[in-house]
Design a protein around this ligand. Structure first.
Ligand code: FE2
Length: 668
């Protein structure tokens, strides 16, 4: 007889314990063990949460190289069946080899489950017949569990699920996350002490009243925003380091529909636009995507959403100053171009209409579509097409944590018929889908890859652009990490080409995420290791750094409503000289709309206590030495980045931390 030492670890998660009897069968290249009851002196405590328990399994002869284990559990008579979450099984063979089996799965019934040994295997090298069988079985099951659905035509497809409890338990929120999220969602207004205002359909009557409401919950940055929201330099700064750093681009030729002349923006011929454009000092934000979007009616009042053009000038002291704003795309007498030299409220109102356009552009395109919805597509395709033993599954599954459930909730709470955006944002329901569809049809692969995006927008040398500085460093760190892991498994382009599972992953992404639009430049297949590494870098960057950059500061920059109004309820001025503070207050959203916007920003910026930081992998999917070392190097590089950013932030009025306090996945 030979003995196998079996060690089983139950995850340290709420409700992970099982009191049921657990059985195991070891399967190797030379045979299999009997189904063996795992008993120890610990008795029923052996599978308590956090416990690591040791057992032995005897066999008449060696089983050869272990390929998989079969695990099942049965309740004791009179005991109920419970759910168990084992994290891993380690087995020491009589030859002295250690085999690791990552599990990380809820086992809730009595069915036998198969788990592969942890060494990553691509489909074309998985030669053992039992290995092949379990691979196929796993993917067949996953295709049934993770089905595509069309939520609305023209936007990325999503997971088919009618209720979060229909999601497989592995991808659901933890008990902690559910409790905290539901608590914050249901008590957001109370937590902000705004409950009494949520039914008030009145205008704001003075700015101090907004200030009194806002004082309930502040952050260091939201305080700064309240003090500086009227400043032109801060208005310009937000295009670089606010929650939407994707709108601004260098301008070398003025758009034909934005007829700005030198004497309008540079007094007494001090400069010429042509010269400044040639030097690279002129920038443009063009919200043409919002042109003609149908707006909503809130509290019985028509709402307004503009499609502005904003021209900015980089001054010799490195400030980015707005110099001209046109609120509608078509030049006309009743569509004046506003300048900083106009009356205080003409110019301020023009900026407020831009900031409100920012709300829709940021929330729908930059945040929802470009991070949440895409991350869901990457995740569903991964779960449908790659088995646990595949190296890409091991690499990416930690970066899918909570994404499916948070997106289900985003659809339910934000964009469904009674969602906050549908009811309280200027675009309402119909306009919102117009913006989402236009955003997807103009999305490009290069705009998702920050080095290409910065180059295409001509922003390489803009001073004080921390999103770019930190984002490019983070991209490089992630790229080295992905190269280290995938480069270990894919030694040649031919290996990438022949990996049919990998190819199915990208095909599904192209079809279900980008709706087969070749013009996006999204790959439809992978031909080289470099292409694969770049795409996977983009996937991890989008779900971590990019999502954080557009998500974490939502309350910082949006909590003080005048800086980012969710909607506006008066048309913009069509002539100059007639606007006042009272015009501004009548233009702002009503009290109830304002506080709904504030509490949503609050909920969406709130980190959960079971946050997993980028680069932390509490689930150990990799068994081999090289990927484990690459993970350590990745963690080390992220720490260095964090220290560099912290030191840089010491000298800034507004610290930029959104690229370093980052979660592994889109989870909020
Ligand atoms: Fe988010």
């Amino acid at each position: 007889m030979v003995k196998y030492e079996v060690s089983v670890t139950t995850a340290n998660l709420a409700q992970a314990t099982t009191m049921n009897n657990v059985f195991i069968k070891l399967v190797g290249t030379d045979g299999e063990s009997k189904r063996t009851w795992l008993t120890s002196l610990k008795g029923t405590a052996a599978f308590y949460l956090g416990a690591e328990s040791k057992f032995s399994v005897s066999c008449p002869t060696s089983l050869g190289k272990l390929v998989l284990i079969e695990v099942d559990k049965k309740p004791l008579p009179l005991f109920p069946e419970d759910s168990w979450f084992p994290s891993k099984v380690e087995i020491k063979s009589p030859e002295g080899d250690t085999y690791r089996f990552p599990i990380y799965r809820w086992i809730s019934d009595s069915e036998v489950k198969l788990f592969r040994e942890g060494t990553a295997l691509r489909v074309f090298e998985d030669s053992h017949h039992l290995g092949k069988y379990s691979r196929e079985k796993e993917l067949n099951l996953r295709e049934k569990q993770y089905c595509w659905d069309v939520y609305a035509e023209g936007i990325p497809h999503c997971i088919k699920v009618d209720n979060p409890l229909d999601l497989p338990s592995e991808v659901r929120f933890s008990f902690t996350k559910t409790t905290e999220f539901l608590f914050t969602a249901s008590t957001g207004l109370t937590e902000l002490k705004l409950k009494g205002l949520s039914d008030c359909k009145q205008n704001w009557t003075d700015i101090d009243a907004i200030s009194r409401v806002f004082c309930c919950k502040r952050t260091g940055i939201s305080d700064y925003v309240q003090k500086h929201w009227r400043d032109d330099a801060f208005f310009g700064y937000q295009f670089l380091n606010g929650v939407n750093p994707l709108m601004i681009r260098r301008c070398s030729v003025l758009p034909k529909n934005f007829p700005v002349t030198d004497d309008m923006v540079f007094l007494r011929g001090s400069r010429s636009l042509a010269d400044e454009m040639q030097t690279g000092n002129i920038f443009l934000c063009d919200y043409n995507r919002l042109d003609g979007v149908k707006t909503s009616v809130i509290n019985g009042k028509k709402q307004y959403l503009m499609a502005p053009l904003v021209l900015l000038h980089q001054t010799p002291d490195d400030k980015l100053m707005p110099i001209a704003i046109q609120l509608k795309q078509k030049p006309a007498d009743d569509n004046p171009i506003f300048f900083p030299t106009d009356s205080e409220y003409d110019w301020l109102l023009a900026k407020i209409f831009v900031r409100s356009a920012e709300f829709s552009e940021h929330q729908l395109n930059v945040h929802l579509l470009r991070t949440h919805l895409l991350a869901e597509v990457f995740s569903v395709s991964l779960l449908r097409n790659l088995p646990m033993v595949h190296p890409l599954y091991k690499l990416l599954v930690p970066h899918t944590r909570y994404t499916l459930q948070i997106n289900y909730l985003a659809r339910l709470l934000l964009i469904a018929k009674d969602g906050v955006f549908t009811k309280f944002a200027a675009s309402g329901g119909e306009g919102m889908f117009t913006i989402l569809k236009r955003s997807l049809s103009s999305l490009t692969y290069s705009s998702l890859c920050i080095p290409d995006d910065i180059a295409e927008r001509g922003l390489e040398s803009v001073p004080n652009f921390y999103y770019r500085d930190d984002g490019l460093r983070l991209w490089d760190i992630i790229h080295r990490f992905v190269q280290g892991v995938l480069g270990h498994y894919y030694k040649s382009d031919a290996e990438v080409q022949q990996d049919s599972e990998l190819q199915k992953w990208i095909q599904d992404i192209f079809v279900h995420g980008f709706l087969s639009q070749a013009s996006t430049g999204i790959p439809q297949s992978f031909g080289t290791v470099a292409e694969l590494v770049k795409f996977v870098t983009m996937v991890i960057f989008t779900g971590s750094g990019q999502h954080s950059a557009v998500n974490t500061g939502q309350y910082d920059y949006g909590g003080w409503m005048p800086n980012t109004p969710i909607s506006l309820q008066r048309a913009p001025p069509t002539t100059k000289g007639s606007s006042s503070e009272s015009t501004m207050l009548q233009t702002f959203p009503d009290v109830n709309t304002t506080v709904q916007g504030m509490s949503t920003m609050w909920l969406l910026s709130k980190q959960s206590s079971d946050f997993v930081a980028l680069g932390q992998y509490p689930e150990e999917h990799f068994s081999e030495e090289i990927p484990r070392k690459v993970i350590k190097d990745f963690q080390g590089e992220l720490e260095v980045l964090s220290a560099v950013v912290k030191a840089r932030n010491q000298s800034l009025d507004v610290p930029y931390t959104y690229m370093v306090e980052v979660e592994n996945s889109v989870a909020i």
